[in-house]
Write a new protein. Structure first.
Length: 370
């Protein structure tokens, strides 16, 4: 598509240049009397043919330059692009107004060279002002009067730290996993969730698979994505772009994360390692789940002090140093005494963790009786 557009532009330039400049060229070389060469249509066709020949050698180089410009524009914030464009436009308008003074002169240097130099200079100054002065411009337009309810009330402006990344890229595995939906509902995810089109295409491909297991996984991923978008728990955006020169979806994700200064949310171990190697931050849901596991496991022995009776008969209640409640079976007989207990189970609730245990000596006594 890009090459076609470049080809059309070069063709238009060839037709225009041939129609405009070739008659003068024929006159200079003594062929101005030829009625075929003075025909505008013939000159336009000749210009088109010449430009098409040049395009064979130029089109690849022009495309590479355009790709570099596109990548540079993608990295820029939309606000910076808009402010820079406006500043350049103002600079060029000012240069054009000043140039009207020089156009009255009959000296080639003054009526032609100076206006060109002036446009280049003021256009560059507009670019610098638009790009470097964007922060001050933003403050100027965003100034607003803050109201407080009383004299003691203060509004603290939240500053975004260097470690904050606005965009979180979701890969195929994390959507199929489904835990990202539960995590978003808790409010622990900040910023905007971004689902690239190439991830969506991979999900659709899996959902249309002939393998029933893969088909169920793919449809689950699409359902999770639809729930995230419809319930609007967090902002969800689709990224329409693609990296045609990169084949693998994981590599595209890493590239996009670098372009958007985003982090990747995944549960894929391999993607996690490759991203870290390329200095791209990753939020691994499996690592999060592992860090939130209870610190104690069934069968582990603890020494606690029962401090009060439980709600059920013969139960006692003790606490760990971090405030975790331990319900001890037959614990009411050991009030205010240190006792060794063995963990039987652990329960995670919205209010926190709760551990159930029983005294170890009761098992020891049973073994001694046997």
């Amino acid at each position: 598509m890009r090459k076609r557009i470049i080809g059309v532009i070069l063709a238009i330039l060839g037709v225009g240049a041939g129609y405009t400049f070739l008659p003068e060229l024929w006159s200079l070389i003594g062929l101005g009397s030829n009625r075929w060469l003075t025909n505008g249509l013939v000159n336009a066709i000749i210009g088109l043919i010449i430009m098409e020949i040049l395009a064979i050698f130029l089109i690849d180089a022009i495309e590479r330059v355009i790709i570099k410009i596109e990548k540079n524009l993608i990295r820029q914030k939309p606000e910076v692009i808009i402010s820079t464009s406006l500043s350049i436009t103002v600079g060029l308008i000012v240069a054009a107004l000043i140039s009207t003074i020089f156009n009255r002169s009959h000296v080639f240097f003054i009526n032609t060279i100076l206006p060109i130099v002036l446009m280049i200079l003021l256009g560059y100054l507009g670019y610098v002002v638009g790009k470097e002065g964007f922060g001050n411009l933003k403050k100027l337009f965003n100034l607003r009067q803050r109201k407080v309810e009383d004299d003691k009330a203060q509004i603290l402006e939240r500053k975004v730290g260097e470690n904050f990344h606005k965009y979180k890229l979701l890969d195929t595995n994390i959507l199929i996993d489904g835990r990202i939906y539960d995590l978003a509902k808790t409010g622990f995810i900040e910023g905007t969730l971004v689902v690239p089109n190439f991830v969506l295409y991979e999900l659709q491909y899996i959902a249309d698979s002939g393998d029933s297991i893969k088909r169920v996984r793919g449809r689950r991923g699409l359902d999770i994505l639809n729930k995230l978008r419809s319930e609007k728990i967090v902002p969800v955006k689709m990224y329409e772009g693609d990296f045609e020169d990169i084949k693998e979806v994981d590599s595209k994700l890493i590239k996009l994360a670098k372009v958007l200064d985003a982090v990747i949310v995944t549960n894929d171990y391999n993607l996690n390692k490759v991203s870290e190697f390329q200095n791209v931050q990753v939020l691994n849901v499996n690592a999060l789940a592992k860090s939130l596991k209870p610190r104690v496991i069934p069968g582990e022995k603890l020494t606690v002090t029962v401090i009060k009776n439980g709600t059920e008969r013969q139960q006692g209640v003790a606490y760990l140093d971090d405030g975790t409640m331990i319900v001890v079976e037959d614990g009411r007989y050991y009030l205010n005494k240190p006792i060794e207990v063995e963990v039987t189970s652990a329960l995670q609730t919205d209010a926190g963790r709760m551990i159930f245990a029983k005294p170890t000596h009761s098992k020891r006594e049973l073994r001694e009786k046997n």
